[in-house]
Design a protein around this ligand. Structure first.
Ligand SMILES: Cc1ncc(COP(=O)(O)O)c(C=O)c1O
Length: 424
């Protein structure tokens, strides 16, 4: 690689980014007085459990569910212990179980597929398009008589092509569970993600947009789905929520604690501010590299609704993997913190080919498991989704923290312009 302007840091020049960039914990870094006070209030009341304690009082988790449903434009919300729990409870809520195939994208955290296995279903893996979200045309190709649901994942903050996903789902009578773990508060054509399909699942794990360390939420507009979800997430959720005795099904326990609820209430109230800051920062950074990107044939990640993007990252494609790696390395040397989304040498549980326990169809019990009971043999192989691997291998990713300063952005822009203008 040789430079066209100032000397590249990778070749001994001065790195463009001189002040350290904030780490990518959007809500986590904004934990402050509001969270402290909310947690202290719960601790002082000694009422750590949603349903009772030594002092009476309203439940933080109940309040969170109310405010979360209102914020997302959904009729119901059920708070749970994690995003994985949210996916599992929502799948049970949607009536997905043994023998059912569920279509998941090739690029998502393994939890989207593991949740299907956890309820006894079989994950079927589909290609992503240039948005790095599930390709609706490929969903249709992977449908069989056993397909019951689709999990579109709003990966890295960006909405899936929900109109097309919903059209395929409705045509084939499939349920849609939106995995919104990485896109809290983002939207598609004016609707918050998670509220478009039959249910939405959210994660509040520490590197998500809003967080309480670990936590999750299911939302839905369907009362029957809510009833089943609420019964499953709490061993006596049916009785607690006024569901008639004759309808009650056995549940487990994925209930959120009051401490998590307290933190999440404070975090939820910061969500729109976080989104506004990330969107501003991304727009500023993107604008500064548009000219060089166009000149050098660099293509930005396709956006199905740019206005709805949570803007947690900036992704662009180089013509091939070799050049993407070269550019990412040079950007790292500049201090920009870029990486390529797929490196065949390094395992990454966000990419289907590294989901080893799933790819090898391993089960917990020697007598069975979803794949062994399945009517048809399911085939997984590393080359199942070549298009997704090609896209990820050419995709350079940069985190967009809400806490970037103007100085940070200027320096990142300088590094990007330096590297992208060079010959590679
Ligand atoms: C796309 C996606 N789905 C599901 C999950 C699972 O969430 P959790 O870690 O809270 O169980 C994650 C978490 O990283 C995720 O990124």
């Amino acid at each position: 690689m040789s430079q066209s302007t100032s000397k590249l840091a990778i070749e001994g020049g001065t790195p463009a980014v001189r002040s350290p960039l904030p780490p990518m914990y959007p809500g986590g870094l904004r934990i402050g007085q509001e969270e402290e006070e909310a947690v202290l209030e719960v601790l002082r009341s000694k009422r750590l459990f949603r349903y009772y304690g030594p002092t009476p009082g309203p439940s933080k988790v109940a309040q969170l569910e109310k405010e979360f449903a209102a914020c997302m434009g959904a009729s119901y919300a059920v708070a749970v212990t994690s995003g994985s729990a949210a996916l599992i409870c929502a799948l049970v809520g949607l009536g997905i179980g043994p023998g059912d195939e569920v279509i998941v994208p090739a690029y998502t955290w393994i939890a989207s597929a593991s949740a299907v296995v956890a309820v006894g279903g079989v994950p079927v893996i589909a290609e992503c398009d240039e948005s790095l979200t599930i390709d609706p045309a490929d969903i249709e190709r992977r449908i069989t008589p056993r397909t019951k649901a689709i999990i579109p994942v709003h990966m890295r903050g960006a909405p899936c092509e929900m109109d097309a996903v919903m059209a395929v789902a409705r045509k084939h009578g499939l349920k849609v569970l939106e995995d919104t773990a990485q896109a809290d508060g983002a939207s598609y054509h004016g609707k918050r993600l998670g509220s478009i399909g039959d249910a939405g699942a959210f994660s509040f794990q520490f590197n998500k947009i809003i967080t309480c360390g670990e936590g999750g939420m299911v939302i839905t507009n369907d009362r029957e789905v809510w009833k089943r979800t609420v019964m499953y997430h709490d061993v006596i959720g049916g009785a607690r929520n006024g569901i008639p005795e004759e309808e009650i099904l056995p549940g487990v326990n994925f209930r959120m604690t009051e401490l998590q609820g307290a933190v999440m209430l404070a975090q939820l109230r910061k969500l729109d501010g976080l989104l506004a800051d990330m969107r501003r920062n991304k727009a500023m950074l993107k604008a500064t590299i548009e000219e060089v990107a166009a000149r050098k044939g660099i293509v930005f990640r396709k956006e199905h609704d740019p206005a709805g993007d949570a803007a947690i990252c900036l992704i662009f494609y180089l013509p091939d993997a070799a050049r993407a790696n070269m550019v990412a390395e040079a950007l790292q040397a500049e201090g920009v913190g870029a990486w390529v989304l797929y490196d065949p040498e390094h395992s990454d549980y966000h990419i289907y080919r590294y989901w080893t326990p799933i790819m090898q169809q391993r089960t917990w019990h020697p007598k069975g498991g979803p794949w062994r009971w399945h009517e048809s043999r399911v085939h997984y192989a590393p080359d199942l989704c070549p298009r997704t691997l090609d896209l990820l291998g050419r995709a350079v990713h940069i985190d967009i923290s809400p806490d970037l300063t103007n100085e940070n952005i200027e320096e990142m822009a300088e590094g990007l312009n330096k590297v992208l203008s060079a010959e590679w």
